[in-house]
Design a protein around this ligand. Structure first.
Ligand code: SAH
Length: 362
């Protein structure tokens, strides 16, 4: 948290945030400042096509206009401090720890696949869901991120890719936080990023992952966009799932699976079930068979994720043989299943661990 003095000394205090503002609104606020209408389009292009976040560099604007803009607006990506950047040895994954202007920290990951670049964004600073194996809720306050803060996570990487003539083509909302508890900002940011004159990312290339907040899945269905849904399932025995994911008490997993199937049918998109493999917890043959029973004949695929051990929590990764056996039981019963490809395993500190360490230091 910032002290009152720090806030008052902050030169951005009272400035209006321009990042993430829709074009029509930008036109209105610029008109109120006395700028010509076409300036809004120019600024929009600088921000979202050229990834320039500093008014001083917007060379087709007049000098007086640039300083007026600088006095009036802040541009969030320029205010975000990259505290740490970890690059995997294979060069395909980068994980950054970002410090937001209010001192909160979030993690964002860039992955380079053969089909393009994808970014895993956080939806909240921290998390309130208390999943037993996850580090996101370990330390620090929880707050919702804004549209600008979610979109900025994509744009910090777009800015790095710009000189390579590349850009992010996929977004997964699978970083820290529960997206369905920050519904408006998450889907607002995705709709913003989707626009052709912003990041031009297709809805089919976006995925939102939830621990199973039923009303969120229903709202997503009502939105009617072909965004992919992922459900963190992790167990199909009621007692165990509640032990691992307390959210199961309020929203029992069979209801979540039914809502997800309903979403699959109405959106035409397949649902991905994430299933973390925890040694001697949820990785038995019986667990695999139960999982088959729940997902048989559903428009679903399973992503098995050998857990990233969180030392504080005492969970371990099953051996390779166990993982393969679990996978083969699903595949033999015709459930589409894969084991998550280990991208950047060398920097694969479990979700939220960088942030937890940062909060502890503070
Ligand atoms: N709250 C949402 C999205 C954030 S979590 C959700 O629950 O889906 C993103 C994914 O990372 C979830 O599937 C979550 O269960 C998983 N995850 C959390 N901790 C993990 C760990 N230690 N190892 C592997 N995956 C983990």
């Amino acid at each position: 948290m910032k002290t009152i003095n720090a806030v008052l000394n902050d030169s951005n205090f009272m400035k209006t945030e321009i990042f993430g503002m829709p074009l029509p609104q930008l036109q209105t606020v610029l008109a109120e400042l006395g700028l010509k209408k076409f300036r809004a389009r120019q600024i929009f292009d600088w921000l979202y096509q050229k990834c320039v976040f500093d008014f001083a560099q917007m060379s087709n604007l007049g000098k007086a206009e640039r300083s007026l803009l600088q006095e009036t607006f802040s541009v969030l990506p320029a205010e975000i401090h990259i505290v740490r950047k970890l690059d995997s040895a294979d060069g395909l994954t980068s994980k950054v720890l970002l410090e937001l202007p209010d001192g909160n920290a979030i993690e964002t990951v860039l992955m380079h696949h053969d089909y393009g670049y994808s970014v895993c964004v956080s939806s909240q600073a921290g998390c309130d869901m208390h999943c037993a194996f996850c580090a996101s809720g370990l330390h620090g306050a929880v707050r919702n991120l804004t549209v600008a803060e979610i979109a900025a996570q994509v744009y910090l990487f777009n800015a790095q890719l710009y000189p390579l003539d590349e850009r992010v083509s996929r977004v997964v909302v699978m970083g820290s936080g529960e997206p369905m508890l920050n519904f408006d900002a998450v889907f607002g940011a995705l709709q913003f990023l989707h626009q052709p004159d912003v990041a031009n990312i297709g809805y089919r290339n976006m995925t939102v992952s939830t621990c199973g907040i039923l009303p969120g899945i229903e709202k997503m269905k009502a939105l009617g966009l072909p965004i992919n849904l992922a459900v963190s399932l992790h167990a199909v025995r009621d007692e165990l799932r509640t032990e691992l994911m307390p959210v199961n008490k309020g929203f029992p997993f069979p209801d979540v699976i039914a809502a997800a199937e309903d979403y699959a049918r109405s959106s035409g998109r397949q649902v991905t079930y994430e299933y973390i493999l925890l040694a001697d917890k949820n990785d038995s043959d019986r667990d695999a068979e139960l999982l088959v029973e729940y997902l048989r004949y559903k428009q679903a695929s399973v992503n098995l994720i050998p857990v990233n051990p969180v030392p504080e929590k005492g969970f371990f990764r099953p051996g390779t043989k166990r993982i393969e056996r679990f996978l083969s039981i699903l595949q033999q019963r015709r459930i589409h299943a894969t084991v998550r490809r280990e991208m950047g395993a060398d920097i694969n500190a479990a979700c939220g661990q960088l942030r937890a360490a940062f909060a502890k230091e503070k």
